[in-house]
Design a protein around this ligand. Structure first.
Ligand SMILES: *[C@@H]1O[C@H](CO)[C@@H](O)[C@H](O)[C@H]1NC(C)=O
Ligand SMILES: *[C@@H]1O[C@H](CO)[C@@H](O)[C@H](O)[C@H]1NC(C)=O
Ligand SMILES: *[C@@H]1O[C@H](CO)[C@@H](O)[C@H](O)[C@H]1NC(C)=O
Ligand SMILES: *[C@@H]1O[C@H](CO)[C@@H](O)[C@H](O)[C@H]1NC(C)=O
Length: 209
């Protein structure tokens, strides 16, 4: 069904290509969140044409869904067709529609308004479609979180650690010095003991056979 409709549309558009076109005035737009933007399309007009046969549908196509933002049926705007996503945020310029201009003013932009905007236009003298890309970036300064000041503490901790280490080294050095002193004292005592033992041994040996 959809394939057949597409084929029909392709056939109509190829037949009418020479006489009916839809253009975009800009193929890509860049905007910031909460700002407004005006998207614009132009289409071929004919003098003394009846707008009873004008049909327009403008959709936002994202990776997830299709949202209708503007619908004209038999030359009359159909606000009921508008998706809730755009409720109260789209204003059309009716005066320029007769000149073949679709001018859509979208206000209070959201980042999820980003995507492909496609307008299909059908008249009794042709059908065509054209798209433009809109990217809405997040408002600046929203995600700049203030970091708590915690720079001083590691410094202090470092200093305390250094002092502790120095103290330990000093204590170890003192202990080592004490150990050396103790060892030398013990050595001294032992050597004097040997001396006295030797002397007593000499004294105790018999005076001869
Ligand atoms: C956006 O448009 C609305 C009305 O559509 C207006 O009140 C507001 O001032 C505009 N904001 C900017 C930033 O142009
Ligand atoms: C569409 O664009 C083509 C090429 O730029 C231009 O010749 C033509 O007049 C435009 N038509 C409309 C209706 O804007
Ligand atoms: C888009 O974002 C607005 C809030 O900024 C949210 O209310 C709305 O539901 C979102 N729409 C979709 C389709 O995710
Ligand atoms: C818009 O976004 C799309 C994909 O995120 C990227 O390919 C494209 O270059 C962007 N266009 C602009 C005008 O920033």
């Amino acid at each position: 069904m959809i394939c057949r409709m597409l084929l029909l549309l392709i056939l109509i558009s190829s037949v009418c290509a020479a006489t009916f076109v839809v253009n975009v005035t800009q193929s890509s737009y860049q905007a910031e969140e909460n700002h407004n933007i005006t998207l614009e399309w132009t289409f071929t007009t004919k003098p003394d044409v009846s707008w009873r046969f004008l049909f327009i549908i403008c959709n936002l196509i994202t990776d997830h869904r299709v949202f209708t933002l503007y619908h004209v049926h038999d030359g009359v705007e159909v606000p009921e067709s508008q998706d809730g996503q755009f409720a109260g945020r789209v204003q059309s310029d009716k005066d320029v529609l007769r000149e073949g201009r679709i001018r859509l003013h979208v206000s209070r932009l959201r980042t999820n308004d980003s995507g492909l905007y496609v307008c299909d236009v059908k008249t009794d003298y042709g059908f065509s479609s054209e798209k433009c890309q809109l990217n809405v970036s997040a408002a600046a300064g929203q995600d700049q979180l203030q970091r708590p000041t915690e720079n001083q503490q590691p410094d202090n901790r470092g200093r305390i650690g250094l002092v502790a280490a120095l103290g330990l080294i000093a204590a170890a050095a003192a202990a080592a010095a004490l150990m050396i002193k103790l060892i030398s004292i013990i050595h001294f005592i032992k050597s004097t003991e040997k001396m006295t033992n030797f002397r007593s041994a000499v004294k105790q040996t018999p005076e001869g056979p």
